[in-house]
Design a protein around this ligand. Structure first.
Ligand SMILES: *Cc1c(COP(=O)(O)O)cnc(C)c1O
Length: 362
């Protein structure tokens, strides 16, 4: 018998996460110059890393032989101070994705259920499956999470409810009223996880942290991968009541976040100049695409994040044809949206080029 026959069936059955196609790999496969390729596939920051983070990393190189501060004291203190919490309310992750995994480690088993929306970020489903738990998918009319229906779906086996706000890949968000209603209905055996990877892009952000302050079973996830432009470093953080963070701290590896990422994140949090520039470029890019799609009669989902979902017919074909011309976008068949593609907002030049190539392949 091959060794795979002895592996956990729920792992064998998984379809591995398919990330945005890397530029170098695309260049190799198509014989293109990497410099001629644009990647608007993974919602990365088109302006690059925070300049303050780059400076901090350069200085930290000298100490690369020393293990990082496993407790992440400076970074957690800074985050706590900024948000009005105690350091004990903050947990760091190797990307906020790792904190999703820590939550599953801590609260899922084969009898447990995880609830998410039909078009939610796909990692929730991957994780639920990986831990042998049951994944419950709730309809999201008009691509907006229906938090009342998600609360209705809670059973005695439910442990985690994931709300991506704004959601990826839809770019939609939920209101404060809907959030407050969900929290009011949360039974004591369930944790509501608000994945706020795109929070900083919101013009009128909701306040979920007040529920953390009130000691509710609420976890808020944030990341340095998007607005701060530090996706390669893999660092994110969670904010939760101490009774939850105490458990998550036990579930993580001793040095789960590296020293370079910690100093970069610390510097980036205060880089308001970079944050404001990023938001401005994003606002402009979203308006550009929405006007262009409307002009062409292409259906799109109005977005509050740094990407946009647009209906193009055969998404896989459009993805492949655009790839041949050196523009990497994201096909959405893995999200049950075979007619749609997701395009990350780039610089004005990148947006212009992506639109030209989209026009050419349609
Ligand atoms: C990009 C993204 C994240 C962030 O992942 P990291 O591991 O922090 O890079 C988390 N949730 C959603 C919905 C995302 O789109």
């Amino acid at each position: 018998m091959p060794i795979s026959d002895f592996a956990n069936a729920f792992v064998c059955d998984l379809v591995a996460y398919e990330p945005g196609k890397p530029i170098e790999e695309t260049a190799r496969e198509l014989g293109l110059d990497p410099a001629s390729i644009i990647k608007v596939a993974s919602n990365e920051n088109p302006l690059g890393p925070s300049p303050l983070a780059k400076k901090a990393m350069a200085a930290a190189i000298e100490h690369a032989h020393i293990y990082p501060d496993g407790g992440g004291f400076k970074l957690r203190s800074a985050i706590a101070g900024k948000l009005g919490f105690d350091i004990s309310n903050i947990v760091l992750g190797n990307g906020s994705n790792e904190i999703i995994e820590l939550l599953c480690h801590t609260f899922l088993n084969r009898n447990a259920e995880l609830i998410a929306a039909k078009h939610a970020f796909v990692v929730y489903k991957l994780m639920a499956t990986l831990f042998g738990a049951k994944y419950i998918e709730v309809d999201d009319p008009d691509f907006i999470h229906d938090l009342d229906a998600m609360a209705d779906a809670i059973t005695e086996n439910t442990r985690l409810v994931f709300i991506a706000n704004p959601n990826n890949p839809t770019g939609t968000h939920v209101t404060q009223e809907a959030i407050d209603r969900l929290i009011d209905r949360l039974p004591p055996h369930v944790i509501a996880v608000f994945d706020e990877a795109y929070f900083e892009f919101l013009e009128t952000p909701p306040d979920v942290l007040k529920h953390v302050s009130a000691g509710k079973n609420v976890v808020v996830l944030r990341t340095c991968s998007k607005i701060h432009g530090l996706a390669a470093l893999r660092i994110g953080y969670g904010i939760a009541p101490k009774h939850i963070t105490d458990l998550l701290q036990k579930a993580r590896q001793p040095f789960n976040t590296n020293a370079m990422a910690q100093v970069a994140a610390l510097a980036a949090l205060d880089d308001t100049d970079h944050i404001e520039k990023t938001k401005a470029v994003n606002r402009e890019g979203l308006a550009f695409y929405e006007a262009a799609f409307a002009e062409r009669g292409l259906e799109y989902v109005p977005s509050v994040a740094n990407f946009i979902l647009v209906k193009v017919g055969e998404g896989d074909r459009v993805f492949r044809d655009m790839l041949k011309q050196g523009v990497i976008i994201r096909a959405m068949s893995g999200y049950k949206l075979p007619d749609w593609v997701r395009i990350s907002i780039g610089t004005p030049r990148e947006n212009q080029r992506a639109l030209e190539v989209l026009d050419a392949v349609l």
